[in-house]
Design a protein around this ligand. Structure first.
Ligand code: SAH
Ligand code: SF4
Ligand code: F3S
Length: 475
C-alpha cells in the first residue's frame, strides 16, 4: 500500500517546485509521481524555473549530449539561485534521474550549487532527502529493496484528470540485457517486475478517475514477469488479459520491448484483445548480424524479420516502430547497407535513430574502431530520409479511412481538438459547433481521416457525441 502522507497544510506558505525531465517516458512518469509526492509536502508545481523554491532536473544518461545538457542547465540555475539568495529566498537544486545514478557525488564536485543528488529508485525518500539537503549536500543513489511505486502516493483523481485520459503506468524497471552500448542496466539497476495486484490496483484507480488509455512502461516491458496473488508468475499477455477486464479502460499499450522477449502469447494478444492497440515499438538497432552480435543484442536480423512477419500475420494493420543506432564501432558501409535493407523490408510507421555515443562503463566504449563523426552523420541522414519516407507513406495510407480517435486535449486552434489514432498518430478535428471541447476530451469517436498536414492527420467526426464512446476498431 502507498504510504500515507500528511494532508496539504494550507497555513504553510506555498512553496513552488519545478521539475524538468529529459530522456524516456519512464522519466516523464517518474516526474509526475514526484510532483504528486511534493504536492503532499506543500509544493505547488510551477512551469517557471526562475520562480521555484525547488528545481529538480530529472536527467538522462543515454547519450553524451543528453548527459551534458544537465550541466548547462545547472549553470543557468546557479545564477538564478544567487539572485534569489540576495532577495532572501532559498532555492534547492536537485539532480535526479539517470545522470544522478551514474555520476553521484561527482555532480556536486563539478557543480557545487547542487544540493541533492537522487537516483531513480529513491524518489519515495524525497521528503526526508529534501530536509537533509537544507543542511548539507545530500546524495542517495542506492538501489533500495523496496519498490518506490509502493511508497509513492497514488495521484488524486483531480491530478490524474488534469493530465488527460491517456496515462502511464510503470510495471517493470531496470534491465539485465547489457547491450554493449547501453547505460540503462547501470543507471536503473536489475530488471524488476511489479507484482500483478499492485499493477491492477493502480490501473483500477486510474480507470475510476476517468483514464481511458494506459501505456504500460518498462525498459524491457515485454520481459514482464510479475508475481500474482496465487503465487504464479504472469507474463505481459496475461496482464493485458486482466487489464482488458477493467471497465472504463478502452485502450492498452506498452513500451519498450526487446525482440528476445516477444513471446507468442503476447503476439496472440494482439489478435485476441481488442483493447490492445495495434502498435508495437520493437527496437532493432541495426540490420547487420556482425554488428548485432557486437552490440550483444542476442538476436539476428532474420529473427527480427520473423517476429515482424508473425505479428503481422495475426494483426496485419499493426504499426511497427523501432530505434536505430548508426556508427557503432566497426560498422562498415556494408553493415550500414544491411540496416537500410532491413528498414526497406519492414516498412516502419515511425522510428527513432541516433548516432552511436560511447558511454562510460559500457563494453562498447572500450572499442578502438570508432566510426568517424562525418560518416556517422552521413549515415544518419541517409537512414532518416528513408524512415521519413516510410512514415509519410504510413500516414498517407490512413487518408480516407475511418479510425477511432481518443480525444486528449484542445487542438492548436479554437474549436479544434487533438487525439490519437490506434496507431498512435496525432489526429486533429474540428468539434461540431456548439459543443464544448471539455465534453469531447476522454471520448473515443470514429473519425474519417481527410488529410495529412506536416506532422498530423486531420479528419471529421463521423459518430456524434454520445454514440461515440467505444474502443476497438472501426472498419
Ligand atoms: N530499453 C530500450 C531502449 C532504451 S534506450 C530497448 O532495449 O530498446 C532508447 C534508445 O536509445 C535505444 O533503443 C537505442 O537506440 C538508443 N541508445 C541507447 N544507447 C545509446 C548509445 N550509447 N548511443 C546512441 N544511442 C543509444
Ligand atoms: Fe539498454 Fe539493451 Fe537494456 Fe534496452 S535491452 S535498456 S538497449 S541494455
Ligand atoms: Fe535516459 Fe535513463 Fe530513460 S538513461 S532513456 S532516462 S532510463
Amino acid at each position: 500500500m502507498p504510504e500515507q502522507f500528511p494532508p496539504d497544510n494550507s497555513e504553510r506558505p506555498v512553496k513552488r517546485a519545478h521539475i524538468k525531465s529529459f530522456g524516456c517516458q519512464m522519466n516523464v512518469h517518474d516526474a509526475e509521481r514526484m510532483a504528486d509526492l511534493l504536492a503532499r509536502e506543500g509544493y505547488e508545481a510551477t512551469e517557471n524555473a526562475d520562480d521555484a523554491d525547488l528545481v529538480i532536473l530529472n536527467t538522462c544518461h543515454i547519450r553524451e549530449k543528453a548527459a551534458e545538457k544537465v550541466y548547462s542547465e545547472i549553470g543557468r540555475l546557479r545564477v538564478r539561485k544567487e539572485e534569489r539568495a540576495l532577495e532572501g529566498k532559498e532555492t534547492l537544486i536537485a539532480v535526479a534521474g539517470c545522470v544522478a545514478q551514474a555520476e553521484g557525488g561527482e555532480i556536486i564536485r563539478r557543480a557545487p550549487t547542487v544540493d541533492l543528488v537522487v537516483g531513480p529508485q529513491s524518489y519515495h525518500r524525497l521528503p526526508d532527502l529534501l530536509k537533509d539537503a537544507r543542511g548539507r549536500k545530500t546524495i542517495d543513489t542506492d538501489f533500495p529493496d523496496e519498490d518506490k511505486f509502493d511508497h509513492l502516493p497514488l495521484p488524486s483523481k483531480k491530478r490524474l484528470m488534469a493530465r488527460g485520459p491517456a496515462a502511464f503506468l510503470t510495471v517493470q524497471e531496470g534491465c539485465d540485457k547489457f547491450c554493449s552500448f547501453c547505460v540503462v542496466p547501470f543507471t536503473r539497476g536489475a530488471e524488476v517486475s511489479r507484482p500483478v495486484e499492485a499493477v491492477l490496483a493502480e490501473a483500477r484507480s486510474m480507470a475510476e478517475a476517468g483514464v481511458k488509455e494506459i501505456m504500460l512502461l518498462g525498459q524491457n516491458v515485454n520481459a514482464y514477469h510479475g508475481l500474482a496473488a496465487d503465487g504464479s508468475v504472469w507474463g505481459l499477455a496475461r496482464l493485458f488479459e486482466a487489464l482488458s477486464e477493467i471497465e472504463g479502460l478502452k485502450r492498452l499499450r506498452y513500451a519498450t520491448s526487446h525482440p528476445r522477449d516477444m513471446e507468442e502469447a503476447l503476439i496472440l494478444a494482439h489478435r485476441d484483445l481488442p483493447k490492445l492497440m495495434p502498435y508495437l515499438h520493437l527496437p532493432v538497432q541495426a540490420g547487420s548480424d556482425r554488428i548485432l552480435k557486437a552490440m550483444n543484442r542476442k538476436h539476428k536480423a532474420a529473427d527480427y524479420l520473423a517476429i515482424i512477419e508473425r505479428v503481422r500475420s495475426v494483426r496485419p494493420d499493426i504499426a511497427i516502430t523501432s530505434d536505430f543506432i548508426v556508427g557503432f564501432p566497426g560498422e562498415t558501409d556494408a553493415d550500414f547497407e544491411d540496416t537500410m535493407r532491413l528498414v526497406r523490408e519492414v516498412g516502419f510507421a515511425t522510428a527513432y535513430s541516433f548516432k552511436y555515443s560511447a558511454r562510460p562503463g559500457t563494453k562498447a566504449a572500450e572499442a578502438e574502431d570508432a566510426v568517424p563523426e562525418a560518416v556517422k552523420t552521413a549515415r544518419l541522414h541517409t537512414l532518416q530520409a528513408l524512415l521519413m519516407e516510410q512514415q509519410n507513406a504510413f500516414n498517407a495510407a490512413t487518408i480516407g479511412r475511418t479510425v477511432p480517435v481518443l480525444f486528449e486535449k484542445p487542438g492548436r486552434y479554437e474549436g479544434q481538438i487533438a487525439g490519437k489514432s490506434p496507431y498512435l498518430q496525432a489526429v486533429h478535428v474540428d468539434i461540431p459547433s456548439g459543443d464544448e471541447i471539455s465534453a469531447w476530451i476522454g471520448r473515443i469517436a470514429d473519425v474519417r481521416i481527410t488529410e495529412l498536414r506536416s506532422n498530423s492527420l486531420h479528419g471529421e467526426i463521423v459518430s456524434p457525441l454520445g454514440e461515440a464512446d467505444r474502443g476497438g476498431m472501426a472498419a
